[in-house]
Design a protein. Structure first.
Length: 111
């Protein structure tokens, strides 16, 4: 049995798969991302705008986003059927065509 030469190509596309720890701040599923006062984790979302908390420029309280095991927006893309392929959510479409519903903490479509 030989070493598979195709192994090197497996990671060419980084699929967004379930991860039991946040890839940035390393908290476990169900824990809030680190650094609520000054941005901190760049995966965490602002719960008011749905966008990246690190780049949120509002003076409001961005809330305490929790790591769910999935990249922000992935679950929304799957619910809306906006997938480029298996494990590849169309996040660009999500952020341009959907609206953040702060009460439900979910991206929704207005139509
Ligand atoms: Zn994090
Ligand atoms: Zn914010």
């Amino acid at each position: 049995m030989t070493e598979g030469e195709n192994n090197a190509q497996r990671d060419e596309f980084r699929l967004l798969d379930f991860q039991d720890r946040c890839p940035d701040c390393d908290v476990a599923v169900g824990e809030t991302h680190l650094g609520t006062s000054d941005g901190g984790c760049d995966v965490a979302r602002c719960l008011v705008t749905g966008l990246q908390r690190l780049t949120c420029r509002y003076e409001h309280d961005c809330g305490r986003d929790v790591w769910t095991g999935w990249w922000p927006g992935q679950v929304d893309c799957e619910r809306l059927g906006w997938m480029i392929g298996p494990g590849l959510p169309d996040l660009n479409r999500l952020y341009t065509e959907a609206t953040w519903d702060a009460e439900r903490c979910a991206w929704v479509t207005t139509t």
